[in-house]
Design a protein. Structure first.
Lengths: 258, 197
């Protein structure tokens, strides 16, 4: 039976892992390779590296660090940030990444999803979707573009569920739904948003934004039918160890890879 | 005979991870798209990332399809590489290498599509050297939307909605639908077993 996945997300800036609250106030929390190695040894099922400097500043993801990560890791990893073309994706995948994740470039040019799926297969193509939703906004959720830099973030004009169905139809292989308002706040995942997206697509769905305690992972797996849960600060700060979290989830009856 | 391993590198991406995984089990694998090099290797791995039609085209334009059909030494197809071993794939409606009988089709009854994540195996035969030390409690990383049905060549099945062939062998031809290079300790075990064949 397919295990639910736990995915530490490492925000990378200039080769260092950083983390901010609601995408702001980034501070260095560790070295990329050191953290990648630690998470793999600790039982992480997959890693996401989000190059937070690449996307807003229109700079390509440097591939040297991707190669170093690929040499270290024997679990899959995904690179996000700064991928705007088939050539960008090819560089990252050739350096050893298993998947690429695209967000704002897909909003700007949705055909990028089709192009990546045709060239590399849907399994390589993750679409990240950022939503800034109030709990009482039900049914009127809009996708946020360029959320990597708060001063550039803007309403993409796209309805969340319509965008989910569109990227599914265009060949996306996985969706990461990030609730901006929950990100870094540690009060739990955005269940209402995840429920709505779950109902709109059969693609693998990754919950992102809001994890603060082991219970939050248990709740999102049980209540929202997500395939994976992504988190950053609780893992980086060492407050939740992946091994401990997996034992907790297994005891709760959730299938995880021990 | 010492191992001279080769990874068939024909126009896809991500051979680096596989090569590193071989290195972790003590094998320095050569990357090549030269049919003569393929013929000279003791162990050949056919990886695959991408779509079946483009991958077959990449093999044909380099005459690698013929080299792989003529191979008599251990061959391991990984993920899409395993799918190419069959007669036909529904992904792009393309003819495969035909080294294994059967057809590859879109995963039927998959609760999520593609099948992405860690899953376990259900061994169908006892004591095959490729699965030595690998059992029901070992987890492997899968990322695929297509697969072959179980058949006489199936060593182990996996299930995602319906069961499918996860590890196969017929003579010197072997296949793994998961990625051993991304499957941590269990993947290292499978590669070690392959290079011991």
């Amino acid at each position: 039976m397919l295990a639910r996945r736990l995915i530490p997300c490492l925000d990378v800036a200039d080769g260092a892992v950083v983390k901010g609250v609601r995408f702001r106030d980034h501070r260095v929390v560790g070295d990329v390779i050191e953290l990648a190695r630690r998470y793999a040894a600790d039982g992480a099922d997959e890693l996401v590296f989000y190059d937070i400097t690449a996307s807003p500043e229109r700079r390509r993801v440097g591939v040297a660090w991707v190669e170093r990560v690929a040499r270290e890791l024997d679990i899959p990893f995904c690179v996000a940030g700064g991928i705007r073309s088939v050539a960008d994706a090819e560089a990252v995948l050739a350096a050893g990444a298993d998947k690429v994740s695209i967000n704002s470039p897909a909003l700007a040019r949705p055909a990028l999803v089709d192009e990546l799926a045709a060239r590399f297969g849907s399994q390589c193509v993750v679409v990240g979707i950022d939503v800034d939703a109030q709990a009482d906004d039900h049914g009127t959720w809009r996708v946020v573009a360029d959320s990597g830099k708060p001063e550039q973030a803007s309403d993409s004009g796209r309805d969340l569920l319509a965008w989910v169905r569109e990227v599914d139809a265009r060949g996306a292989g996985e969706i990461v739904l990030n609730a901006i308002r929950n990100d870094g706040v540690r009060s739990g995942y955005a269940h209402m948003l995840l429920d709505a997206v779950r109902a709109a697509t059969d693609l693998p769905l990754v919950a992102s934004g809001g994890a603060g305690a082991v219970e939050h992972f248990g709740e999102v797996f049980e209540r929202c039918g997500v395939d994976a849960a992504l988190a950053a600060s609780v893992f980086h700060a060492g407050e939740i160890r992946i091994g401990d979290l997996k034992r907790y989830l297994a005891a709760r009856g959730i299938v995880v890879r021990p | 005979m010492s191992v001279r391993a080769l990874i068939v590198a024909a126009g896809g991406a991500n051979y680096g991870s596989l090569r590193e995984a071989c290195r972790r089990v003590g094998v320095d694998a050569e990357l090549s798209d030269d049919p003569a090099r393929v013929a000279a290797a003791t162990h050949v791995i056919l990886p695959g990332v991408g779509a079946a039609a483009q991958a077959m085209e990449a093999l044909r334009t380099r005459s690698l399809d013929r080299a792989l059909r003529e191979l008599r030494r251990p061959l391991l197809g990984v993920c899409l590489g395993m799918q190419l071993l069959y007669e036909h794939s529904a992904e792009g409606d393309v003819e495969g290498l035909g080294l294994l009988r059967g057809r590859v089709r879109r995963l039927p009854a998959a609760p999520r599509w593609p099948h992405m994540g860690w899953n376990t195996l259900a061994p169908r035969v006892a004591d095959h050297p490729l699965l030595r030390g690998i059992g029901r409690d070992d987890w492997f990383y899968f990322v695929h939307g297509y697969a072959a049905d179980e058949g006489e060549t199936t060593l182990a099945a996996a299930a995602h909605g319906a069961p499918f062939a996860a590890v196969v062998a017929r003579g010197h031809v072997h296949g793994a639908q998961f990625h051993p290079e991304k499957s941590a300790a269990a993947g290292r075990r499978l590669l070690t077993n392959f290079f011991a064949l």
